[in-house]
Every structure is written in structure tokens, then in C-alpha cells.
Write a protein that binds this ligand. Structure first.
Ligand SMILES: *Cc1c(COP(=O)(O)O)cnc(C)c1O
Length: 392
């Protein structure tokens, strides 16, 4: 071949005997076939075949397989974000005239998606009290196709009775979907509790280093895979192997990170619950949390994210006092190595339940920094609150 052609061709070197522990990062749009017959019959190979980079590479399928094992799922699909996973878990199963039910405490962009995009498509959405499965029964309609849960609820941490909601949804012919981002597939397995679909924001704990955005959709029954696969293919949605490789690498330390972050978070939650500047700590692993019995029954562990509520006279002082933090970074998202604090408004994101007290929950995500230094940082914040409260 000429140099010009040799520049274009990729020489094949033997790969036998090269057996690394990880999977390679396979970058591809085009995938070639041995001959015209193989190309013509590519559609007959089922889900295991490779046909085009968008529809899967060995790298992305390795991550999908790992997640399917952890979720005990028939099949997992990767999508570009956790929110994409949530939206694309519902979309294939609804049409104009249908109805969906969402827990009042879902990740706020899901409320927005339901009230904007589903509404525009003629799908009506209602919200239910996450603490009351009977509220699901009351709001179900003959045309309800999907019940969507998140347990514990975003920021406010209400634990849901998923098996009870699953029975109610299934009796009405609706699917149950669960956003499992807080617990991760290590600490809650919604598909074993009756859920049909589970989503994860891999962006958070599973990737674990705050440098990649990805989501997953896992299904219990193979029959649910087809509609999701079809829709994401038609919409041209897929993820890069580079990003999947980052998530795969992060996932190797998921269990150890989570165990440590959960233990430190619970010790901090217990101490903060006794602090005079704190009105309530929202953490289901605390024995007096309203969701604790369900948490003990269904969860295999906690994660490192929990929230604080403050007395009415203290709440306005929280934002300015956050500037006293030196180690906790102020920012959204969570589940990485760095500890984060994020003041969150609550009321605008609920409609079916009341929120007592000030419209603020301070969400903390415990990272991997030294525990003593992290606590000293929280004490700086609490001292700033006390100083400001005295001055007020
Ligand atoms: C962050 C988050 C999402 C969205 O994940 P992205 O990858 O940031 O889109 C969805 N659900 C929950 C509960 C989350 O915390």
C-alpha cells in the first residue's frame, strides 16, 4: 500500500495474551463487517451484535452489564444524564390522553418535565404524598400509565413504601419507576421491591468524582427494554465510551466510598441533630426519622447526603454563614470526593404536601476529606450562625 493509504489504515496487532483488568475505551461511529452478507444480516444478531457506535460499544456495554448485575435488571441503557434517564424512562410508555403520577418530592426537573413536556404531549400529571401510599390509590385513574417515585425524596428525604406503591400501581395496570440516585444500586434494589424501571444519576456516587454526567435506565422485564431502546435510538441518544470508561473506573471504588461517606454522614447527622442552631436533621438512618422503619426494612445502607432545617429566626442567616466554610464547597450535585453544601428552597417544588417552617433545607454531601477537618469546618459554619443570631 502507498504511504497515503497506510496513513489511513489501522494495522491490526495481535491482542491474544493481552488481558488487562479493565475494558478498553473503544471509540467508534462506524463498525465494519467481514463481508456484504454479514452487513445485510446484521439485524438478525439480536442485542449482542454491534452495528453503530451510537448503539453500543464493548465499553458502554460493559458498564451496562455491571449495572444490570447490581440492579438485578434484565437490561440497562446508558443515557447522557440522570435527568435524561428519568425523562426517557417515562416517555416510551405514555401517549396523549394518558396520566402519570409522581411523588411530590421527585427531583425538581421531573416536575418541570411532567408539567411542560408531558402536558404538551397531552399526558396529564398529578403529584402524591410520598409518605402515604393511600394517596396513590386516591389519585390513580384508569388512564394512569406510570407511577414515578424517588426514595428518599430529593433533599427532603421522605422514605417511600415502594412495595406498597408497586402493588397499588400494578393492580391498576401502571408501571412503577424509581429514581434510585441517593441509595445507589448498592443500598436499595427497587427492582426487587416491585419497581419495573429504575434510574440512576451515575453522575453522582457511581462515577464518584464530579467529572462526568451520565444516567442509566434499568428494567426488570425484558419486554420493557424494547420501547426504551427504540425511543433512545430514534432520538439519537447515546453516550461516549470515554465517559463510560470514567464511570467504570469510578464504580470500582463505589462500595468503599459509600460505606465511608455514609458512616461519617451519620455521625455528623447525629451531632447536628443536637445542635441548638439546627431545628431538624433529615436523614432516614436516624432512629427518630419518620421514614426510619421503612429505611430499616428496605435499604441495605445509607449514603452520605442529608439535609438540615433551621428555626425561623436562624434560616435567613444560613446563606451568609456558608461563607465561613473552608473545606465544604458550595454547589449543586453530590456524591463525589469533595464535600458539598447547597441551600435549597423547598416549597416551589411541591404541590401535594405542606412544608412546615422556613423555605430552606441545607443539603450536605459528605466527601472523602479527613473527618475531623470536615467537622471543624461545620463548626465554623455553626459558630458563624451563632454569631449572627446574637448580633441580630
Ligand atoms: C442529580 C440528580 C438527578 C439528575 O442527574 P444529572 O446527571 O445531573 O442529570 C436525578 N435524580 C436525582 C435524585 C439527582 O440527585
Amino acid at each position: 500500500m502507498s504511504d497515503t493509504t497506510d496513513c489511513v489504515l489501522t494495522p491490526r496487532v495481535p491482542v491474544e495474551g493481552f488481558d488487562p483488568l479493565g475494558v478498553a475505551t473503544y471509540r467508534a461511529s462506524t463498525i465494519t463487517f467481514a463481508n456484504a452478507e454479514a452487513y445485510a444480516t446484521r439485524g438478525q444478531r439480536g442485542d449482542k451484535g454491534y452495528s453503530y457506535g451510537l448503539y453500543g460499544t464493548p465499553t458502554t456495554r460493559t458498564l451496562e452489564e455491571k449495572l444490570s448485575r447490581l440492579e438485578q435488571a434484565a437490561r440497562t441503557f446508558l443515557v447522557p444524564s440522570g435527568q435524561a434517564a428519568n425523562a426517557l424512562a417515562i416517555l416510551p410508555f405514555v401517549a396523549a390522553g394518558d396520566h402519570v403520577l409522581l411523588a411530590d418530592t421527585v427531583y425538581p426537573p421531573m416536575r418541570d418535565f411532567a408539567l411542560t413536556d408531558l402536558a404538551r404531549l397531552g399526558v396529564r400529571a398529578d403529584f402524591f404524598d410520598p409518605a402515604d401510599p393511600a394517596d396513590v390509590s386516591r389519585r390513580l385513574r384508569p388512564e394512569t400509565k406510570v407511577v414515578w417515585c424517588e426514595s428518599p425524596g430529593s433533599t427532603t428525604m421522605e422514605v417511600m413504601d415502594l412495595p406498597a406503591v408497586a402493588r397499588i400501581a400494578h393492580a391498576a395496570g401502571a408501571l412503577l419507576g424509581v429514581d434510585n440516585t441517593w441509595a445507589t444500586p448498592l443500598n436499595l434494589k427497587p427492582l426487587t421491591l416491585g419497581a419495573d424501571i429504575v434510574t440512576e444519576a451515575l453522575t453522582k456516587y457511581v462515577s464518584g468524582h464530579s467529572d462526568v454526567i451520565m444516567g442509566s435506565i434499568s428494567v426488570r422485564e425484558p419486554a420493557l427494554a424494547g420501547p426504551i431502546k427504540g425511543l433512545i435510538g430514534r432520538m439519537g441518544i447515546g453516550v461516549s465510551s470515554d465517559d463510560a470508561a470514567l464511570v467504570l473506573r469510578g464504580s470500582e471504588t463505589l462500595a468503599l466510598r459509600l460505606r465511608h461517606q455514609a458512616a461519617v454522614a451519620l455521625r455528623f447527622a447525629e451531632r447536628l441533630a443536637r445542635h441548638p442552631m439546627v431545628a431538624r436533621v433529615l436523614h432516614p438512618a436516624l432512629p427518630d426519622d419518620p421514614g426510619h422503619a421503612l429505611f430499616r426494612r428496605d435499604f441495605l445502607g445509607a449514603s452520605g447526603v442529608f439535609s438540615l432545617c433551621f428555626p425561623p429566626d436562624v434560616a435567613p442567616l444560613v446563606a451568609p454563614s456558608l461563607d465561613a466554610l473552608k473545606l465544604f464547597a458550595i454547589g449543586a450535585s453530590w456524591g463525589g470526593t469533595r464535600s458539598l453544601a447547597a441551600p435549597m428552597p423547598v416549597r416551589a417544588s411541591r404541590s401535594a404536601t405542606d412544608w412546615p417552617g422556613p423555605d430552606l433545607a441545607l443539603r450536605l454531601s459528605i466527601g472523602l476529606e479527613d473527618e475531623g477537618e470536615l467537622w471543624a469546618d461545620l463548626e465554623r459554619f455553626l459558630a458563624a450562625l451563632e454569631r449572627q443570631a446574637k448580633a441580630a
